[in-house]
Design a protein around this ligand. Structure first.
Ligand code: PMP
Length: 407
């Protein structure tokens, strides 16, 4: 059994040891953000206690130390994604900022009538920036619909693709339903039309091994806080030749080579896309989070997460009046469901009273909710430190909540 291994892991997450509303905390909101191991918390604290200085700017010892730690973290991310060059790793605030960055710089290459394809399951972060770009450029936004099984309709995707398609931007894993999209196939299909493919990896990195070279995606994004790292730091990976050909986004310090009052020349990659003082402590913390991931028995962790998903979904499907979206075999990390006749936020509040943290609502995916014809779902999302006992406690509490509401 993996139970002793998981218990060991759990001990590294101090926040999980607490009581919430007089009950042991059962944290099932990992798709929103993961908790942080002690090593990440310590790294951030150590950085401010021993190495804090601005990076890349001064030739004093502390600045060199900070720069060394900061750039070492970039190499850890390069290794984690299996990127070919470290200059392909651009620091951002998170997935949202990364998509805004790439949407803005790519808009320079778009003309009226060009097409951008996204999918029915996208997070608002992968919808709204493209709508803004479409409004500015006259490009047209197309949406891959869902099948009856809540998977992306790949046949429909094939018919949407054409010479007009310039950009395909899709999520690796749906945050609202937990479904894993067949991105490898979709990337190859899009490349037949020379479209550039952007993958939103926010929900994938903590659950699926990502190899950007094997995927052959053009851009890949994620947020540090969803993989045991701090908030306010994220990553945009882009193929070097593509990034080199794109204009910068924000202007300021660090991103320039020379500046006069009439013009500026830009710095080389990755700095061209990193205007201003970056989140240095965040980048270092994310590097330590990736060290933590590298130290895991990943096969065991993946198998454990699969058990959590299978157990929870099977148990949910046996509760009368509960409808679970999508089959568990397609899922990674999250399960979304509704309870007939009850509002999702009432259920979540009553679960919280028993120490159980789940998410309710539209999960930043309002267009998806309207296609599911519901005003929101309840989402339980898992991480490696969740136990089968916690999953069982969640099911017992949910049954009680439903009985209580139906009385
Ligand atoms: N895309 C997906 C699929 C997400 O789940 C999230 C976070 N909920 C985001 C984008 C946005 O990430 P962030 O808020 O960290 O920028």
């Amino acid at each position: 059994s993996s139970a002793p291994y998981i218990e060991q892991l759990r001990k590294q997450f101090p926040i999980l040891q607490q009581q919430v509303n007089q009950h042991p905390l059962v944290y099932l909101d990992n798709a929103a953000t993961t908790q942080k191991p002690q090593s990440v918390i310590d790294a951030i604290c150590d950085y401010y206690q021993t190495s804090n200085a601005n990076v890349h700017r001064a030739s004093h010892a502390l600045s060199n130390q900070a720069t060394g730690l900061f750039e070492a973290s970039r190499l850890k991310v390069q290794h984690f994604l299996n990127a070919h060059y470290s200059e392909e790793i651009i620091w951002t605030k998170g997935t949202t900022e990364g998509i805004n960055l790439i949407a803005n710089v790519m808009s320079a290459q778009l003309q009226a009538g060009d097409e951008i394809i996204i999918s029915a399951v996208e997070h608002h972060a992968n919808i709204v920036p493209w709508q803004m770009v479409a409004q500015r450029t006259g490009a047209v936004l197309k949406v891959i619909p869902l099948t009856a099984e809540f998977t992306l309709d790949i046949d429909a995707f094939k018919t949407l693709l054409s010479e007009r398609t310039k950009i395909v931007s899709i999520t690796h894993v749906s945050n609202a339903l937990g479904i894993v999209n067949p991105i490898q196939t979709m990337i190859a299909l899009a490349h037949q039309f020379d479209a550039k493919v952007i993958i939103d990896g926010a929900q994938a990195v903590a659950h699926i091994d990502v190899d950007v070279q094997a995927l052959d995606c053009d851009f890949y994004l994620f947020s540090g806080h969803k993989i045991f790292g701090p908030t306010g730091i994220g990553v945009l990976y882009g193929k070097k030749a593509l990034l080199e050909a794109l204009p910068p986004w924000q202007g300021g310090g660090e991103m320039i080579d020379t500046v006069t009052f009439t013009k500026a020349t830009y710095n080389q990659l990755p700095f061209k896309f990193e205007a201003g003082t970056p989140n240095i402590a965040g980048a270092i913390g994310l590097g330590v989070a990736l060290d933590f991931v590298n130290g895991l028995d990943l096969a065991r962790c993946h198998q454990h997460e699969r058990q959590l998903i299978n157990f929870t979904q099977q148990a949910l499907m046996q509760i009368p009046d509960v409808t679970v979206f999508a089959s568990e075999t397609q899922k990674s990390g999250a399960i979304s469901f509704v309870v007939k006749g009850e509002h999702n936020s009432d259920i979540a509040m009553l679960l919280d009273a028993q120490g159980i943290a789940v998410r309710s609502g539209t999960h930043c995916a309002m267009p998806l909710m309207s296609s599911l014809q519901c005003n929101g779902t309840i989402r339980a999302s898992f991480s490696i430190y969740n136990t089968l006992e916690e999953a069982a406690a969640f099911i017992t509490a949910l049954k009680n909540v439903i009985l209580m509401l139906q009385e």
